[in-house]
Design a protein around this ligand. Structure first.
Ligand code: F3S
Length: 653
């Protein structure tokens, strides 16, 4: 049997392990990326490791999320990040250059490479046949040291795309349909490899929408072949030499196949408060819409914005709607200006925002109380827009523009009628406007040695956990429901994002919107355990969702299931991730129950832990679904201690 593209790339980067799905492997990582609101912890960890320079082919630090600078904190962070990048041989993409994933695939992406990014939407780069995996910041710091990265060997799912999207439909419809079928946790342990005749017609940013938002299925990543479309894209980026054809074998073996006929898709909408709550847009209950946002790494490409602009042409944003648009990169913005689309947006009353993530992660444009917000971004969790009373709906840029005009859910066809066919004439440029003046290349080792890292008052220390003791006595500080997201644990917004370099401050707001008493309660308890439902820690890769509870004394999370990236973050930061052997035990536990565990270290090593609820007088079992390396990291008290040991051992050898 032939090989999938995923298998080929993993084989070419394989260092050790067992390539059976579900088993632990170690692979070489070629590239890393970080962004401003997650990266300070990554670079503090890299400093603590003690290497002079990154050992990857290319590492890039993007300053792209929080550009509002409402006080000193974010500029402090940006200055720190820029100086750390200079010190350690890292590229910097300066504020205003664009959103990390868009810029990375355009200016650094190379088919067949492996990239790890401190952001859950890193799989965006799968659009050009790279294996791109979102991980926590400590994992990025590890990858920057050049040590092989641990990964669970994925199952590979073939997604066979046939047919042709109707005019007015976007590749957003494809990923929303995938989410409808697979659900937000159904992708765990899988790589989704897109093939089939419709893929050949799909341009790179359209593929990127799918690969990017595949993160919402909990997947390891998503990938497309490096074919003629990739060749054209890289040539248009002025980098034809980066292209290598990379296809799955014709008789490639897959673990599962999903078929989607694009001709049968209609405009879809993800309703509050999960991205898999998907239905045909015309079947959604009509609501008055207060806010529309067109942007994000998922849907702010040239073709996305140009199509939205054409829907607006001759119309105006409804008087009850605030409609904003944030283009994904300076490159795309220039092209849209030149081709007249920016003017169309302005004429329609669209408010053009800075080139950044912005509203996608609640950095500006918070909806009003109980407001209905329609967005082209990728997440609609409660509170994701900065206001837990808001209701977020996710759609394509075409549907977002139509909705902004109508003031209620609408499609491009509702506005344009037969003329909707015009949208099919929009394609990505044959030649992008290339200007890398906002990318600072790494300094030479000699120049880098002279750089002083600048640490403003917002940059606090990186907390390092202690290894687990033999006995644990700890009460339950929180019993959380199913699908708790990292936004629930560490709220998104300009204000909270700017605290991410300051754990003593940020930890005071841990679970702030979910349970405002949590931080004080956990601190008062000294050490405690969190109980979680299904899919605990879904969403962003933000490791603060592990660091803050750890800093407040949380020693373990016992849940029905834990999302992939969050589980890795808990391990890295010394919080023991356990799963109920019998989910019914979840119902028997209550907040403040006193738990007791004997022989904890031995039981961790055995991957099975008996826990006694001293308050209620019963015992139950939890298991650890962790690889050998992850068990070692937990017992060591986190990844930083483990990595330092490993590098010291290498030095002595
Ligand atoms: Fe930024 Fe939102 Fe993407 S925060 S990286 S635009 S998911």
């Amino acid at each position: 049997m032939g090989k999938s593209l995923t298998r080929k790339i993993i084989e070419s980067h394989f260092v050790s392990g067992d390539m059976t799905p579900g088993k632990e492997i170690f692979i070489k990582v070629d590239q890393t990326l970080t962004h401003d609101i997650n990266a300070v912890m990554t670079y503090l960890a890299f400093e603590a490791i003690g290497l002079d320079r990154v050992r990857t082919e290319c590492s890039v630090s993007y300053l792209d999320h929080n550009l509002l600078y409402v006080d000193n904190k974010t500029p402090d962070d940006h200055i720190y990040l820029q100086s750390a990048a200079k010190k350690f041989g890292v590229y910097v993409s300066r504020p205003g250059n664009g959103i990390c994933h868009t810029v990375h695939v355009s200016r650094f992406g190379v088919p067949g490479k492996v990239s790890m990014g401190g952001d859950s939407h890193t799989p965006h780069g799968g659009a050009i046949g790279m294996l791109c995996i979102g991980v926590g910041g400590m994992d990025v710091a590890t990858a920057m040291t050049g040590v092989p990265m641990r990964l669970t060997m994925p199952r590979v799912v073939r997604v066979n795309l046939t047919g042709k999207l109707r005019p007015g439909c976007n590749s957003k419809e494809v990923i929303l349909e995938m989410l409808r079928r697979v659900t937000i946790k159904g992708g765990l342990g899988n790589v989704y490899e897109y093939v089939g005749p419709a893929v050949a017609e799909m341009e790179i940013p359209a593929r990127a929408t799918i690969a990017n938002m595949g993160a919402e299925m909990g997947a390891t990543t998503s990938i497309f072949p490096a074919d003629a479309q990739v060749k054209r894209f890289l040539a248009a980026q002025g980098r034809p030499e980066a292209y290598t054809e990379l296809l799955p074998d014709e008789d490639a073996e897959y673990d599962e196949t999903i078929d989607i006929n694009l001709s049968k898709l209609e405009p879809l909408i993800a309703c509050p408060h999960q991205p898999d709550n998907v239905m045909p847009l015309h079947q959604a209950e009509k609501k008055r819409v207060q806010q529309v946002f067109i942007g994000s790494c998922t849907n702010a490409s040239y073709a996305d914005i140009a199509k939205a602009a054409l829907v607006f042409k001759g119309h105006h944003v409804n008087e009850d709607v605030s409609c904003t648009c944030a283009v994904s990169s300076k490159q795309v913005y220039r092209q849209l200006m030149r081709d007249g689309y920016v003017e169309m947006l302005l004429d329609a009353g669209v408010r053009l925002l800075e080139i950044a993530c912005g509203p996608c992660c609640a950095i500006g444009q918070t909806p009003a109380t109980d407001g209905v917000a329609v967005r082209t971004s990728n997440r609609n969790f409660k509170g994701r827009a900065g206001n837990p009373t808001a209701k977020i709906y996710l759609v394509s840029p075409e549907s977002a523009a139509a909705t902004a005009i109508m003031g209620t859910f609408a499609t491009a066809e509702d506005i344009m009628g037969e003329n909707v066919k015009i949208l099919d004439s929009i394609h990505e440029p044959d030649q992008y406007d290339i200007d890398d003046s906002m990318i600072l290349p790494p300094l030479s080792p000699e120049e880098a040695a002279k750089v002083e890292i600048v640490r403003g008052p917002n940059i606090k220390f990186l907390p390092v956990p202690e290894p687990p003791q033999e006995t644990l006595d700890a009460p339950i500080s929180l019993k959380a429901r199913d699908n708790v997201s990292t936004d629930d644990i560490t709220p998104a917004s300009a204000e909270f994002s700017s605290m991410r370099s300051n754990i003593p401050l940020m930890s005071q707001y841990c679970y702030h919107r979910y349970d405002p008493e949590f931080a004080a309660r956990a601190k008062e308890m000294g050490q405690s355990v969190i109980i979680g439902g299904e899919n605990y820690g879904q969403g962003s890769s933000r490791e603060h969702a592990a660091i803050n509870p750890m800093y407040l004394g949380v020693k373990a999370v016992i849940a029905k299931s834990i999302a992939r990236i969050h589980k890795g973050n808990l391990v890295n930061h010394g919080v023991i991730p356990m799963l109920f052997e019998d989910g019914a035990d979840y119902d028997r536990l209550e907040q403040t129950d006193e738990l007791h565990i004997d022989n904890l270290r031995e039981q961790i090593a055995a991957r099975r832990v008996q826990i006694t609820d001293k308050t209620k007088g019963f015992s139950f079992w939890a298991k650890l679904e962790l690889t050998d390396k992850e068990i070692e990291v937990v017992l060591n008290g986190g990844q930083l201690r483990t990595l330092k040991k490993q590098l010291e051992a290498e030095k002595e050898a």
